[in-house]
Every structure is written in C-alpha cells, then in structure tokens.
Design a protein around this ligand. Structure first.
Ligand code: ZN
Length: 295
C-alpha cells in the first residue's frame, strides 16, 4: 500500500513490542523508526515484565523519535498486576507498577496504557468485579490527576478464569472517564473455547454493543489487539500468525470498516510487523468495499 493511501486510513497499524526487523542496539526508539520505515503508524511499548529497567532518558528518546516519525505510542503495562488480588501487599505493589507505567509512558509520549485486569481467583465473578471496580476507581482518579492525557485500557482477556469480558471492560469505561477498553478480538474469539465469536455478525454485534454502551467516542478511538490464536475449552492457549489460525480476521476488519470505526490496531502475531502489514492491507481492501459512507 502506498504511503499516501495508508495515512488516509482511519486506523493506525503497528506492533506490540519492537518489530523483529528493527536494529538490535537502538532500543524502542529504533523500533519507532523501523515502524515508520515499514509504513506503519503505531507502536506499543511492551513493558510486560515491568519497568525497573526503563529510564526517563530512554523514554525521552522514544518520545522524540515518535514525534519526528509521527508514530502513535502506547504502553502495555506489566503482567504482574491483579485488580482482584486478595493480598493487600500484592495489591499495593501491582498498583504502584501500573502507576509507574503511566508515569513513564507519559514521558515516552504514550496516549494509552493497556493492562490485564486480573483474575477471578476464588471469588464469584460478581464479587471479583466489585473488588476490581473499587480499586480501578482509585487508580483512574490518581491517573486523571497525575496524567490527565492518558487513557487507561483494561484488555479483554482470552481465558475464562480471567477478569476482562467485553461487558466488564465496557462497564468500567461507563464509570470512569479516562477508561476505555483495549479490545483484543483474538482473545474474545478464544474465550468461549467453542470456536464461536468468529463471524461478521458476531463482530458487528460486539461493535454495536460498544457503541450502545459507550457511544461514538469509543468507536472513534478504538484500541485493538489482533493476532491468530490457539485455544482449548477453557480459552486462550497461545497467539499464532494470522494464516495459522481459524480467526476470520478479514470479516472483523470488514465489520470495523462498515461501522466507520477508527483508532489503532496492534499486531500481536509471532511474526509481529508481518502481521501488522497483512492487517493494514486487508483493512484497506475491506474499506474500499465497505458499505459505510464516509463524509
Ligand atoms: Zn495484553
């Protein structure tokens, strides 16, 4: 796809983590420059093992590369976080990790911080949701005061044992103004474990559900994770490249185009940027055939 065409797309495409083809010794700033060379537009910094090795100087380098290359930055916060942990000390540590990701993310020019909400543990789903919501309320308020431009993005999760249904992420987003879902469509397909959530009709229903719950503000600012996926009856097993998976991603991209949705789509395939480029091209052709009338 030519540079002029892809820039006109309502979605910006990129990778979660530095592209595989980026230079090995230039860190995330080199990743930003590689994203631009590939004619992609977004990078999510994969701080999934924490931020202890991240310095403010490295963040400044990412920020200036991103400004220079016009690449949109987001941050994937640590996996070591659970809104529903029953151990208060663990909760305080997790809370601090997420806040630190938001602070450093801001220094790196990130507009969004993505996090996995946690797991139900031994609680009922209702009780876990209540505990998680109370804690998220406090975090959202703290982030709103400290980094008013950052959006917190609880991700939809692929295993039934994990907090993060589409409904839960919509409900949090209704309650807190600086919270919107990170919609991982591969996770939503894997979660029921029966191969469902894999058709145009089901993708369109999910988008309608987001629109009904959160209005156009959410549809116009979607943050999407996408990959192929392997799953069992209990949900997600592991991510796959698109062509190794049964996910009907072209139907998903068609539904997004037909809804006139916009935002970012980040590849989480093992082949990373190759997946992002496939998604970008497939979305471009879905959009050309779309029923959505652009004004
Ligand atoms: Zn994730």
């Amino acid at each position: 796809m030519s540079k002029a065409t892809h820039r006109a797309l309502p979605f910006h495409f990129g990778t979660v983590g530095t592209p595989l083809s980026a230079p090995k010794n230039e860190g995330s700033a080199g990743g930003v420059r590689r994203i631009r060379e590939l004619n992609l537009d977004a990078l999510e910094l994969a701080w999934v093992r924490g931020t202890t090795h991240i310095t403010p100087e490295a963040c400044a380098r990412v920020r200036s590369a991103a400004e220079e290359c016009d690449v949109a930055i987001s941050v994937h916060a640590t996996y070591f976080f659970n809104l529903n942990t029953q151990d208060d000390e663990m909760w305080q540590a997790g809370r601090e990790r997420l806040l630190r990701a938001a602070r450093l993310g801001t220094l790196a020019g990130a507009t969004d911080v993505i996090f996995h909400p946690g797991s139900y543990m031994k609680r009922s789903t209702e009780e876990a949701f209540r505990v998680a919501t109370e804690r998220l309320a406090e975090i959202a308020e703290t982030v709103r005061r400290e980094q008013p431009s950052i959006m917190l993005r609880p991700e939809t999760m692929g295993k039934q044992a994990l907090l993060g249904t589409l409904d839960e992420t919509i409900e949090w987003s209704r309650r807190f103004e600086n919270v919107l879902p990170c919609v991982d469509f591969a996770h939503l397909h894997a979660r029921p474990g029966d191969g469902s959530f894999n058709s145009y009709a089901e993708f369109a229903a999910a988008l309608q559900h987001i629109k009904d719950g959160l209005g156009n503000r959410a549809l116009q600012r979607m943050h999407i994770h996408l990959s192929g996926i392997a799953y069992t009856q209990r949900g997600e097993k592991n991510h796959l490249n698109l062509d190794e998976s049964d996910l009907h991603y072209k139907d998903l991209l068609r539904a997004l185009a037909d809804f006139g949705a916009a935002g970012r789509i980040l590849s989480e395939t093992p082949n990373m940027e190759e997946g992002a480029i496939i998604m970008q091209n497939a979305f471009g052709s879905a959009r050309r055939r779309s029923t959505h009338v652009t004004t």
